[in-house]
Design a binder for this molecule. Structure first.
Ligand SMILES: *Cc1c(COP(=O)(O)O)cnc(C)c1O
Length: 231
């Protein structure tokens, strides 16, 4: 019963994503869903995988590793949590995309690990657009230094930007932040000559506004799996 409801909600999310893309004159397949499975069971992930979902997002390294160990290798895992520099070695090579790179120090340690493993790790830079003190993300003012480093990085492939806007009940209030991340990505593309194809923004409460403002990856948990900490 619970799993049936979940598959139904997942389909509704995909429909709403496609509608939002069309409203913005974009192809529906230009936006991908990262189903955020943190604090939900491996069985729930498996059920959604069997319905066709391939990309899942996790915030905690140990929890993610426990799921990876028992779930199909076709799953593409995204690390969307806050990453401490000393944990960098645990994520490189295990996740298809690391969303939360927000300092030179962290980028360096991810790069060193990727180099030691002989692989190229895809990453996004998380930007703290509102300069909220409690929040992860690099300040806009510090972005050029990090961008400079990433441009010369042989073992990190910088794929774009990630955003957690300030929390609002009304998604329309988050919209200006989504629009601004899009403009910022465009100026970085021009300034650094990089493709930076991905914008990771939009969650359960505001993914449609994010897509209308250019998101290519939306990270949705609650809307699909239900409230966290109940199973
Ligand atoms: C938990 C989380 C999400 C999903 O949030 P929902 O509101 O449950 O959709 C998205 N992004 C990040 C970074 C998260 O930590």
């Amino acid at each position: 019963m619970m799993m049936e409801g979940m598959t139904q909600r997942w389909k509704e999310v995909l429909d709403r994503m496609a509608c939002a893309a069309r409203r913005a004159g974009r192809q529906p397949d230009s936006v991908r869903l990262v189903a955020v499975s943190k604090l939900h069971s491996a069985d729930a992930v498996r059920a959604l995988f069997e319905s066709g979902q391939r990309e899942f997002g996790e915030n905690y390294v140990q929890e993610a590793q426990a799921k990876m160990a028992v779930l199909p290798p076709e799953i593409s895992w995204h690390f969307i949590g806050h990453l401490q520099t000393n944990k960098a070695r645990n994520v490189v090579g295990r996740f298809s995309l690391i969303h939360g790179v927000d300092s030179l120090k962290l980028a360096r340690s991810l790069h060193d690990r990727a180099k030691a493993l002989g692989l190229v790790q895809d990453i996004l830079v998380q930007v703290n657009l509102a300069a909220e003190t409690q929040k992860s993300g690099i300040l806009e003012a510090d972005l050029p230094g990090l961008a400079e480093f990433l441009t010369g990085c042989t073992h990190l492939r910088w794929q774009g930007l990630m955003l957690m806007p300030p929390f609002f009940d009304d998604p329309e209030r988050a919209r200006p932040y989504f629009a601004r991340l899009n403009v910022l990505a465009q100026s970085l593309r021009v300034g650094f000559g990089l493709p930076l194809p991905d914008l990771s923004m939009g969650m359960t409460g505001d993914f449609e506004a994010a897509i209308e403002e250019g998101a290519t990856l939306v990270r949705i948990g609650t809307r699909i799996f239900g409230e966290r900490g109940t199973n």
